[in-house]
Design a protein around this ligand. Structure first.
Ligand code: PLP
Length: 420
């Protein structure tokens, strides 16, 4: 029977039953973690051969990767990222171990130096960003440290609410950017539709120096290689509308090889690449080219990356299925909540009845299950409905995940009854 149809007697009987099961878990002093989207140890092991000595450390153009030089990265790494990001290698700069750092630096350059003669953002009274939510909490943290006002934008089935984005971007010159995780989004697992990509590419903005931060962190992170989402190329969409300077594209190998032991990339228009290189040249002589060479030799090309990601999918798919099956079995009969069924990425996004997310996270914590803080996927940590919880199934082994999910469902049911 659905929770909504239960009378008060039935509800209290069920609550008592749940409380007893919950108390039994509490006694076990468990320590389970479904909080951050980290690969499991078995996924990391797949890339260990990459750490074998390379013998010859010269890049294909003869550059000695053991030494200084080549600010924009070695040619084979630029070609590899170019293929993955569908961009000409000449428009790709290889970064260090973190694409998040590249995003931070891109914003920092706009704040300090500006672009194309426009005032640096740091000199303006107000800078605002459009923030599709739920979204990636660390994007929002970047906004907070730069004092960027965040405007939440609802996520719809095909990506963020484009009507709202078009209306706001066209009418307010202090809106300087938008965060996008366009494929298997964090946390909803949504891939932007072709229409969304084309409308973003053609976006009319009151700010001439508006930027789309296209964080394609999960571009090859499918859960089933025979059933994948396709994403249209944002750069082509921008170019077609004469907006090629409006987008910075980012990607990284963090969840392909080793998180923050990998390489990252920025791809953009020739003008944006020149602007980036001008200031990067003052910041560093070159990023870690040895790691670039390791990645290029190990993966070779996009086909090599996809073959590797098929092995990741074999490990991850059963974990996602288990999470979804447990939600289905435990919550659906009671009519509590909705959740996404992503085809890739790292998360399942659960929407509980309003007012239940914080309490569920709290109950989980008291029973030894760590979840991402309720509200974290929203600007300023404020989920207006207190409803969304991001589940990250990748890190715990399956047996631990099963226990953690059972506790999660118990907690969600208790929170839903308490909220009635
Ligand atoms: N972007 C998104 C959407 C992410 O989910 C993550 C990590 O979880 C990152 C970026 C971090 O990227 P990197 O490891 O390249 O810094």
């Amino acid at each position: 029977m659905k929770l909504a149809q239960m009378g008060s007697g039935e509800l209290s009987a069920l609550y008592e039953e749940l409380k007893q099961a919950y108390a039994q878990y509490q006694e076990r002093s468990l320590k389970l973690n479904m909080s951050r989207g980290k690969p499991g140890a078995d996924q990391l092991a797949l890339a260990m051969p990459m750490l074998e000595p390379l013998g010859d450390y010269r890049a294909e153009d003869g550059t000695d990767t053991l030494n200084y030089g080549l600010l924009e990265g070695i040619p084979e790494a630029r070609r590899l990222f170019g293929e993955i990001m569908e961009m000409p290698p000449a428009q790709v700069i290889i970064g260090g171990n973190s694409s998040l750092s590249l995003m931070y630096d891109a914003i920092s350059r706009m704040f300090c130096f500006g672009f194309g003669g426009h005032a640096p953002w740091g000199r303006l009274d107000k800078v605002k960003f459009l923030c599709p939510a739920p979204g990636y909490d660390r994007h929002f943290t970047i906004c907070e440290v730069f004092g960027i006002e965040m405007i939440p934008i609802d996520m719809l089935a095909g990506g963020p609410d484009m009507d709202k984005i078009e209306q706001l971007a066209a009418s307010d010159a202090s809106i300087k950017g938008i965060w996008c995780v366009p494929k298997y989004s964090n946390p909803d697992g949504i891939t932007y539709s072709g229409e969304t990509v084309r409308r973003l590419g053609a976006l009319k903005t009151a700010a001439a120096d508006f930027r789309i931060f296209w964080d394609n962190a999960y571009t090859v992170h499918h859960l089933d290689m025979s059933d994948i989402d396709e994403l249209e190329n944002i750069y082509t969409a921008c170019e077609n509308a004469g907006n090629e300077d409006k987008v910075y594209m980012f990607s990284s190998f963090s969840k392909i090889s080793f998180p923050h032991g990998a390489i990252s990339a920025l791809a953009a228009s020739p003008a944006n690449i020149a602007h980036t290189k001008k200031y990067l040249n003052a910041q560093t002589i070159s990023y870690d080219k040895i790691n670039q060479l390791r990645h290029a030799r190990f993966f070779k090309d996009k086909a090599g990356v996809l073959a590797h990601m098929a092995k990741h999918a074999q490990i991850l798919a059963p974990k996602f299925s288990m999470v979804l099956d447990t939600l289905e079995k435990e919550l659906t009969p009671l009519g509590i909540g909705q959740w996404t069924r992503p085809k890739g990425g790292y998360f399942v996004s659960v929407f509980l009845p309003s007012g239940c997310a914080k309490r569920t996270v709290e109950l989980c914590k008291e029973a030894g299950v760590e979840l991402t803080g309720a509200g974290a996927p929203y600007p300023y940590g404020k989920d207006p409905q207190d409803s969304n919880i991001r589940i990250a199934p990748s890190f715990p082994p399956v047996a631990e995940l099963q226990q953690a999910m059972e506790i999660f469902c118990l907690a969600a049911k208790m929170a839903a009854i308490e909220a009635k």
